[in-house]
Design a protein around this ligand. Structure first.
Ligand SMILES: [Zn+2]
Length: 369
């Protein structure tokens, strides 16, 4: 996409460079269209669909657990697990895939969740060397520094589901629908492994995982068994998604805490604060597509009516271009790279249409309009 063809959503700041995003004839992105649509949606009908999925899963489950909720100790998984238990009286099994790097706050939040929630929690530590190899490959080849981990959030959780005979997995929000992307799943309650491979992992799985041995691939394998009975779903399909509400519920019930200062590259402190590599992920998103973590958070706040578009623009301009300097030494240690090699990867992925290097720093050549 050339610079002249780039545009921003008329309501929020979502950019036309975003993967799979759709715009209506008024220039509004699919996240904004959806946030309006949600207000008059027949949520009761969707709740019935959820209860139907639960019923179906229960008839096939082979153990005492009704549903798996993947959690990290953060607000969203906490909220979903809380709701499954307290509103729907389901027997919940929680699963967490420990991230390759974890901040102290992320660690403490998961400990609080364990103590206060009362759920059984399976913590999986995928083999570190292989995880690192996949994350590094994702970083170098695709500019996706958490590629291996992102994949294991689906594959390893499906392993657990199969092992414990549980046929329903409930994730948090559908990012494509809530934040902008493919609208394919807008009217579909559940999805499967094929959808994950094609949309979330952008069809790159075979080239990433093919050279792994069977034992190395174990936690990243989509084809280890017949998974057709296992349904995956996003809670945002069944209930109006409100990450601030999730935060409050998690704070009140499971002792969630936030950072004292804002996260790198944004003005908020309560989302995605448990994993240093996430800061690199959003910085690369900025370099590749022109929107960063600030823009992402601004979009959420504009859609919930907490910010005007102009205020959002100022915040995005202030925060988006923020190199996660504080964590650089972690990244170099983690990927086992020299600073120059690491910087070369950033230079390779940056959009030369949208950025120009000034000294050491890539500066935007565009202005949000
Ligand atoms: Zn929008």
């Amino acid at each position: 996409m050339s610079k002249e063809e780039i545009f921003w959503c008329k309501t929020c700041l979502n950019m036309s460079t975003r993967n799979r995003i759709e715009f209506d004839e008024n220039g509004r992105c699919n996240a904004c269209v959806w946030s309006e649509e949600k207000k008059s949606l027949d949520w009761k009908k969707r709740e019935k669909e959820f209860l139907g999925l639960v019923k179906e899963a229960k008839s096939k489950n082979s153990g005492p657990y009704d549903i798996i909720v993947p959690v990290s100790g953060g607000k969203d998984g906490s909220y979903v697990s809380y709701t499954m238990k307290n509103k729907y009286n389901l027997n919940v099994l929680c699963v967490t895939i420990n991230p390759p790097t974890r901040s102290e706050i992320g660690f403490n939040n998961l400990e609080n969740f364990k103590k206060k929630s009362g759920f059984p929690l399976i913590e999986i530590n995928v083999p570190n060397q292989i995880s690192k190899k996949l994350n590094k490959k994702g970083f170098i080849e695709q500019g996706r520094p958490l590629y291996g981990w992102t994949t294991s959030i689906f594959t390893s959780v499906m392993r657990v589901a199969k092992y414990f005979g549980i046929n329903l997995i409930m994730y948090g929000e559908d990012g494509e629908i809530e934040y902008g992307g493919s609208t394919e799943s807008k009217y579909k309650a559940a999805f499967n492994a094929e959808f994950i491979k094609r949309v979330y992992l952008e069809g790159k799985t075979s080239q990433t995982f093919d050279d792994l041995s069977d034992v190395d691939k174990y936690w990243w394998d989509f084809d280890f068994a017949d998974l057709s009975n296992i349904k995956l779903a996003h809670w945002s399909y069944f209930e109006n998604w409100d990450s601030y509400r999730n935060y409050i519920v998690a704070k009140e019930n499971y002792g969630l805490t936030e950072k004292n200062d804002a996260n790198t590259g944004t003005y908020t402190n309560f989302a995605q604060n448990d994993n240093f590599l996430y800061d690199l992920h959003t910085y690369l998103m900025y370099l590749k597509f022109g929107f960063g973590r600030g823009t992402q958070d601004v979009g959420i706040d504009i859609r919930r009516g907490a910010l005007s578009r102009d205020q959002g623009k100022q915040l995005a301009e202030m925060y988006d271009n923020h190199f996660p300097e504080n964590y650089l030494h972690f990244y170099l240690e983690y990927y086992e790279m020299k600073k120059s090699e690491f910087m070369d990867v950033l230079d390779f992925h940056v959009s030369k249409e949208l950025f120009k290097k000034e000294g050491e720093i890539w500066m935007p050549t565009f202005k949000i309009v």
